[in-house]
Write a protein that binds this ligand. Structure first.
Ligand SMILES: [Fe+2]
Length: 278
């Protein structure tokens, strides 16, 4: 056996190279895909990775059709000096799903850590398993959540979009329910560059605060939440149909460089909520 698989807490698996000199391409994608279907999150650690961004994109093509953005296939997540959007800042990023503002919603997010933040500098990528959140929700809470629909609007360098989504919906290809939710940036987290506009139907205006707090509590509960602390060379493959994700803030100028590629499902999922897109 060239690798060891251990469970992460509370979900996902860590796959570690059992001897030096192995590369991520030594792991069969179809075996990984089976694990992914069960676990929703794979962390590959200790394997050789990629010579360049192109090489990384080429590896991701082995998982399916790569989603192409105006910038290409690989998003280089590096803090910018004067960011026009929070994704290029060192702030925290609230929970969301990728592709919510795009014509297709990708199934796989593949992250590659080129350089990790220094120890103690934060910058973990956060994941909430919404299948678990819903399995653990009280009947009353579930009832309320099932009646909520949200409208999100966001304009940034790569799009200007409006999307509408029920809070609780079915996984597009599997028989379980998931949450689709974009958390509002919380006030106590300080300045947040370019937040989205949000509107919720099915929640009384006076109850919005309580509604958001209950979701926050559930999404970040230790029973459903995993935060990935990066090590150089880590590859993380996350189920964007089932999980929501975000980021912890990090110390400015810490050498955090994460690359991200989105891979579409087969067949690709046309974004069911997209109302306008530019
Ligand atoms: Fe994202």
């Amino acid at each position: 056996m060239s690798y060891a698989v251990t469970a992460l807490d509370p979900f996902g698996v860590l796959i570690e190279a059992a001897r030096p000199g192995l590369g991520v391409r030594d792991l069969e994608v179809e075996s990984l895909r089976e694990l992914f279907a069960k676990e929703h999150l794979l962390v590959l650690r200790g394997f050789g990775t990629f010579a360049s961004s192109e090489d990384f994109a080429d590896y991701c093509e082995g998982w399916g059709e790569v989603s192409v953005w105006p910038f290409g296939k690989v998003l280089e997540l590096i803090e910018q000096d004067k960011p026009e959007d929070h994704i290029f800042d060192c702030s925290y990023v609230p929970m969301h799903w990728d592709g919510m503002y795009r014509p297709h919603v990708p199934e796989y997010q593949i992250f590659h850590c080129v350089t990790a933040p220094l120890p103690g500098h934060g910058g973990r990528t956060t994941f909430s398993n919404t299948r678990r959140v819903l399995e653990r929700a009280s009947p009353e809470r579930l009832e309320l959540w099932k009646g909520v629909t949200a409208t999100y609007k966001r304009k940034m360098e790569f799009y200007d979009s409006r999307t509408v989504s029920p809070l609780v919906t079915k996984h597009p290809f599997r028989d379980f329910s998931v949450l689709r939710y974009n958390e509002a940036p919380s006030a106590e987290k300080g300045t947040f560059v370019n937040p989205p506009d949000q509107e919720f139907r099915g929640v009384a205006p006076g109850e919005l605060g309580e509604f958001r707090a209950a979701l926050r509590e559930a999404l970040y509960s230790p029973a459903s939440f995993y935060a990935h602390e990066w090590k150089r060379g880590d590859l993380v493959i996350a189920d964007n149909f089932t999980l929501l994700h975000g980021r912890d803030d990090f110390t400015s100028k810490s050498p955090r460089h994460i690359q991200r590629v989105q891979v579409l499902s087969h067949p690709p999922l046309v974004n069911p909520g997209l109302e306008s897109y530019r």
